[in-house]
Design a protein around this ligand. Structure first.
Ligand code: 73E
Length: 819
């Protein structure tokens, strides 16, 4: 790496020529006719020439070094735009900016031409993207394996306040400039059919799968560029294609549509990302996606392993496979099938390899998100895998019997197969039984995994269940998205903090420095202005940047309690209109959230917030003190504007429900103060910044559990608290939907008669009181500045570099390989 972080030989004239060449030969346009979009595409292709070369070089080095690597298997990688981020990692941002300027173009504008690749739903997919960035930055040998969805997460718009969904063709008609097709890596994937017994040439009884359908997996690589180094790792995304568009025999029989059936079905497998976050829908096509992903990935891992000259017996020594939640679990029986049926290993030898290769990350305790698949479905689609799952379970239940002799209720509870009218396969149980490590994603969550989800497994396999607290990449989430803050940090602690976030702690000494406070708050103000400009331009709402910017951005889910935030807003509205003594600092409440298309209450909450926003933003009686902004189509590129502009970060899930959260970390790094419950990683953030620099409220996990056990009665809170009552009752009027009362009643009904499953009412009073404290403290700008600076300074633990080092040292046993 050179002094300014440049890892590339950069020849400006050659680069400009390459851009022009792509403009004409790849995109068939002329210099005179080129649109900003064609310039962006041509620039992307010119840059991808560097990354593709380095990707191939990195592959070669790692094979030659016989390095141990991690394979990160995930159905989701929410990578966001690559161009700006890759320029930073390559150390070429300034050079390219200058080159483009010489061609009469503004780099910042060109970067806006890129569509977000939204190949994920929320935190789980975004975590996978941060982890790839940190693996590459620290040169831990890695391949990310995912799916090449034709359509990413739906695009959201609001029509009269209601969410509408549109398909997201993220690659555009021209294709994505950063991706490279790897035809030589194509895999065949089998489906359906039956299992047959046969005797091999040695007289051994064997079994084999006779599939009914074969499809093709085509690999597209996206470059994950190591920050400040020369390594480029592949994010390998599989696209499903049909092997033969026609079944000739059936075609000749005159069955034209039937002959195309395999093509139609195969063409659908990687069409679209399932839009559910923290929810399992159990659709057959989703199981097909999962198997397709696993079959291609496992085959590719074995191909690399052999190409590097290793034997199958050495697999667990050289490769580890991390399962990002249970979505890629079917990779376990897939590897077992290959070892048993293709390599002809005995069960014990195969199990020894497989169970030492896989590790599993649990991301959620929510019962509706724990995956189960019907045995009948697996049996039909993957008959040999079902046999292998039964055998794994059979042997596992013998271990349970040895530990708890004669205890059938424990066996029923731990069994991989759930008995019932429809037998179901519990994917999490299969994972815990078949992997060498299982981790939760924050300290509290991992304790709850051990205590509440898997207590018997923890006894049976001591040491297998551990914690790795999540993190986020400081490259995208500070350096790239907050250039003002980044310049300030660099001035005070030097320029290598993005790769060594520990350095950021040196800012602590400036927290009380009046001059630094001023400059830090000036940067915050600029970032608030950038967001206000976006809102004005895109939504036509005018905002005052002196107001407190209070932001909740995450998927819409009851457990995340956007409706608690809404009730607080309603209480402020009520008090501003009815209590002449009530005073508050002006505040803008921002929301950004997509609801799963089938999640009715979540969509009702979006509608309610939009309706309240409409009224509040136009009500002169409020004197501009209260504004509500629900940004449409919340996505990574919008997050990059929202996080740096926040004064207050809303992290208000019911304690015990949010496994970690990662937005909480991005906000705090960028100097927002958190209002949060003792949930997920909030607990560890409080440990880092100290109780004075975070606003904690609400019931603790054990209090939540106790209250539920005692029999929680939301009406008690409704009757006892007149502010709460006023807020809830507003939802039953036509205040926000003139002439149409009852349009917002579903939320009130869910909270009162529906039993308030996430204890919104129980936490309301403390939440309101804590917001009053925030209001008071914001008025003292010096104190606020000190606290905001301390939040930035004390967040180094939450770099995903630290998370990856924890995985590498404690789970994967992986060493970096420097290029
Ligand atoms: O708390 C977050 C966590 O920060 C958790 O809800 C989320 O994962 C993040 C990263 O660890 C998560 N997403 C899912 N489960 N947990 C999920 C489940 C099914 C489909 C899609 C996503």
């Amino acid at each position: 790496m050179t002094k300014n972080g440049q890892t590339q030989q950069f020849d400006k004239a050659a680069f400009k020529a390459a851009v022009e060449k792509h403009l004409t030969t790849t995109y068939a346009t002329t210099l005179a006719n080129a649109t900003p979009r064609s310039w962006y595409l041509a620039m992307g292709r010119a840059l991808a020439e560097f990354t593709t070369t380095n990707l191939l070089e990195t592959e070669k080095t790692l094979a030659e070094e016989k390095a141990r690597s991690v394979n990160y298997l995930s159905l989701e990688f929410l990578i966001g735009r690559l161009t700006g981020n890759n320029l930073i990692s390559m150390g070429l941002y300034e050079n390219v900016s200058q080159a483009m300027e010489e061609m009469g173009l503004n780099l910042t504008d060109l970067l806006e031409e890129e569509r977000d690749p939204a190949l994920g739903n929320g935190g789980l997919g975004r975590l996978a993207a941060c982890f790839m960035d940190s693996l590459a930055a620290q040169e831990y040998p890695a391949v990310g394996y995912g799916l090449h969805y034709e359509y990413g997460l739906f695009r959201q718009s609001f029509v009269d306040g209601r969410q509408e969904e549109a398909p997201d063709a993220w690659r555009g008609a021209e294709g994505y400039p950063w991706e490279v097709l790897r035809p030589e890596l194509t895999q065949q994937v089998n489906l359906y059919g039956h299992v047959e017994a046969y005797t091999d040439e040695n007289g051994t009884a064997c079994r084999r799968w006779v599939p009914a359908l074969t499809v093709e997996g085509v690999a597209w690589d996206l470059p994950i560029v190591g920050y400040g180094n020369k390594s480029v790792y592949p994010l390998r995304l599989w696209e499903c294609r049909s092997t033969a568009p026609f079944n000739l025999a059936r075609f000749n029989d005159g069955d034209y549509v039937g002959a195309q059936f395999p093509a139609l079905e195969a063409g659908n497998v990687t069409k679209v990302l399932y839009p559910n976050d923290n929810h399992d829908q159990g659709k057959a096509l989703r199981l097909m996606q999962q198997y397709f992903h696993c079959a291609c990935s496992v085959a590719d891992i074995l191909r690399r392993h052999h190409a590097a000259g290793h034997t199958i017996e050495e697999l667990a020594k050289l490769e580890t496979i991390q399962l990002n939640d249970t979505h890629p679990t079917i990779a376990i029986p897939e590897l077992m099938r290959i070892l048993l049926d293709e390599y002809k290993l005995g069960w014990d030898a195969a199990w020894e390899i497989a169970s030492n290769t896989f590790a599993y990350t649990n991301h959620t305790l929510l019962p509706e998100a724990l995956e189960t698949w019907s045995e009948a479905l697996i049996q039909a689609m993957l008959p040999r895998h079902m046999e292998i799952i039964f055998e794994i379970n059979h042997r596992f239940l013998q271990v349970v019997e040895a530990k708890w002799p004669g205890n059938n209720s424990i066996k029923r509870k731990l069994s991989i197969i759930e008995e019932g009218p429809q037998r179901m396969v519990r994917m999490a149980n299969l994972c815990v039984v078949s992997t060498y490590a299982v981790n939760g994603v924050a300290a509290l969550h991992s304790e709850l995994v051990k205590r509440d989800l898997f207590p018997e497994f923890n006894e049976l396999f001591p040491g297998r269940l551990t914690n790795v607290t999540n993190g986020v990449t400081p490259r995208r989430w500070i350096k790239y998205c907050n250039p003002g803050l980044s310049a300030l940090i660099t001035e005070k602690v030097g320029e290598d903090w993005p790769a060594h976030l520990e350095k950021i702690a040196e800012l602590e000494q400036f927290a009380t420095d009046a001059d630094f406070q001023k400059r830090y708050m000036a940067v915050k103000k600029e970032n608030k202005q950038r967001l206000a400009d976006w809102v004005e331009e895109n939504m036509g709402i005018e905002l005052d940047t002196n107001a407190i910017f209070d932001i909740q951005i995450k998927r819409l889910h009851e457990y995340k309690r956007q409706h608690l935030n809404l009730l607080h807003i309603l209480s402020l509205y009520h008090r501003l209109l009815n209590d002449p003594t009530f005073d508050m600092h002006p505040r803008v409440f921002f929301f950004g959230a997509k609801a799963a298309p089938g999640y009715a209450l979540a969509k009702d909450i979006i509608f309610a917030i939009n309706k309240v926003a409409e009224k509040v933003n136009n009500d002169p009686r409020l004197g501009g003190k209260l504004k509500v902004v629900f940004v449409p189509d919340y996505r990574v590129s919008l997050a990059e504007i929202l996080f740096p502009a926040a004064d207050v970060s809303e992290q208000i899930s019911t304690a015990g429900k949010e496994a970690s959260g990662t937005g909480n970390m991005k906000f705090a790094m960028n100097g927002a103060l958190t209002i949060g419950t003792m949930d997920g990683a909030n607990v560890e953030m409080r440990e880092e910044v100290g109780d004075d620099n975070i606003f904690i409220f609400g019931l603790l996990v054990d209090e939540v559990q106790q209250l539920k056990q005692e029999g929680y009665d939301p009406y008690r809170y409704y009757q006892a608290d007149s502010v709460l009552r006023a807020a809830l009752d507003l939802l039953d009027t036509d205040e926000f939907t003139p002439g149409q009362p009852g349009q917002l009643s579903a939320i009130r009904a869910n909270l009162l008669d529906g039993g308030d499953p996430y204890l919104v009412l129980a936490d309301f009073a403390d939440y309101v009181k804590t917001h009053e404290k925030i209001d008071a403290e914001y008025r003292d700008q010096k104190t606020w500045a000190r606290k905001a600076i301390l939040n930035t300074a004390l967040m180094s633990k939450f770099s995903s570099d630290r998370s990856i080092r924890d995985y590498a040292n404690n789970i994967w046993k992986l060493d970096p390989v420097n290029r």
